[in-house]
Design a protein around this ligand. Structure first.
Ligand SMILES: Cc1ncc(COP(=O)(O)O)c(C=O)c1O
Length: 414
């Protein structure tokens, strides 16, 4: 009997954050081995709670949530998003140009599906959040990667971006604050990148899902405000800043001169309508999330749990003979690397497997983020600081063993 073959597209698509290593960790747990998991940015799994007023808003509207809603989302939720975007300086925004989805994840797919013809190219960061690459490929596009190297603070180089642009390039994706690196892009850099997009007529797609998760007074600059009348799609959501991943609510707003994006807007609306609407129930949380008092600062300022977790990572990396890190300015990750002078030949995936098998710690290797030849690992800042400290003890044990295995017998003895 012939087997059922999946789409050939999928051969190029990966999502290692929930991939083979995670499956191995699940098997180990099922066999009774406790695992410290630092692989996924899911605040609810680490004891963070959604602010109660968001829960209450949903509860108060349960009976209003039983019918399909507007394909672009609840009007009152979209009005709150418009107010947020206008306050940030976005141009040309109104409720017709805002789309609410089942998480930013769904909207990433819709935004690219509405744009791409077979063979079109999309400029993506390397490392990236891998859904951006996957959605590009699944919608018949080709990723072209610009590098965000540790030696450059994980910031992109606008000249390198411009050099990658060809006749088929349609869009430029930015992730700011960045997953996996935690980099937050300065205004002057964003201005140069917007100039590149303007010169080449590229649609800007800016994933700002971590927009309010910032450390040490690092300023966040919304891209749409700089883009002005240039077409720009900005993405935000409830998952991270509001610790509500399971609600599955995200949004995108299309800014810039409405005449230039009228057809694209209509395409987005058609795709939104084809899936009827996003989960109505959780959309009631958008207005209080955006218009009531912010709650994330208590976690990111000194004494707050995310602040202390980040400090724990920075202190332990500084004390380790093996590790380096660019201090994350925002988001909920750190992206340390193993120093070449400490271990010359390093395979991040082999290391992550050893860390899991030998020390019961699950991290994501840098190559999972469309980075070639990586010496990096991604850790989430979500565990309790004491647990993160324990992770570094275990990592250093594996790295010491690796260094001794690689070294000649004399240094192994020492
Ligand atoms: C950069 C980035 N974009 C989008 C998403 C998906 O978010 P959502 O839960 O809204 O689908 C994530 C989730 O980790 C992310 O890190």
């Amino acid at each position: 009997m012939s087997s059922i073959k999946p789409s050939a597209h999928l051969a190029e698509v990966r999502y290692e954050i929930r991939g083979a290593l995670t499956r191995r960790a699940r098997d180990m747990e099922a066999a009774g081995q406790p695992i410290i998991k630092l692989n996924i940015g899911n605040p609810g799994r680490y004891g963070f709670a959604t602010p109660p007023h968001l829960r209450e808003a949903i509860g108060a509207h349960l009976t209003d949530s039983e019918a399909y809603g507007h394909e672009q989302g609840l009007e009152e939720a979209r009005e709150a998003i418009v107010a947020q975007q206008k306050a940030r300086g976005s141009v040309g925004i109104d409720v017709e140009r805002v789309f609410i989805g089942n998480g930013v994840s769904e909207l990433i797919d819709i935004s690219l599906r509405a744009l791409l013809q077979p063979g079109d190219e999309v400029l993506l960061p390397s490392p990236d959040y891998p859904l951006w690459s996957a959605a590009t490929i699944l919608n018949d596009g080709s990723p072209r990667y610009y590098r965000c190297l540790a030696e450059n603070g994980h910031l992109p180089d606008p000249d390198e971006i411009e050099a990658l642009i060809g006749s088929r390039t349609r869009a430029l994706v930015l992730i700011n604050p960045n997953n996996p690196t935690g980099a937050v892009y300065p205004k002057a850099l964003l201005e140069r990148i917007v100039e590149v997009a303007r010169r080449h007529g590229l649609l800007l797609l800016c994933d700002e899902i971590y927009d309010e998760i910032l450390y040490d007074d690092t300023p966040f600059q919304p891209l749409a405000a700089i883009a002005g009348d240039h077409p720009c799609v900005s993405f935000g959501g409830l998952s991270k800043v509001h610790r509500a991943c399971g609600y599955r609510v995200g949004w995108m707003s299309l800014s810039g001169d409405p005449r230039r994006t009228a057809e694209y807007r209509d395409a987005l609306q058609l795709l939104a309508a084809l899936r009827l609407c996003a989960n109505v129930t959780a959309q009631w949380a958008v207005r209080p999330a955006l218009l009531d008092k912010p709650t994330i600062g208590a976690l990111t300022s000194p004494g707050g749990r995310l602040h202390e977790a980040r400090q724990t990572v920075l202190d332990h990396v500084a004390a380790s003979p093996f590790l380096d890190v660019v201090a994350p300015g925002g988001a909920i990750y750190a992206f340390p690397q193993i120093r070449p002078d400490a271990i010359a030949h390093f395979d991040d995936t082999a290391f992550a497997l050893r860390l899991l098998e030998e020390e019961s710690v699950l991290v994501v290797p840098g190559t999972s983020f469309n980075l070639s030849a990586s010496r990096h690992l991604r850790l989430t800042l979500l565990p309790e600081p004491a647990q993160l400290a324990e992770v570094f003890v275990r990592m250093d044990r594996v790295l010491t063993r690796m260094a001794n295995e690689a070294a000649p017998a004399a240094s192994a003895v020492a």
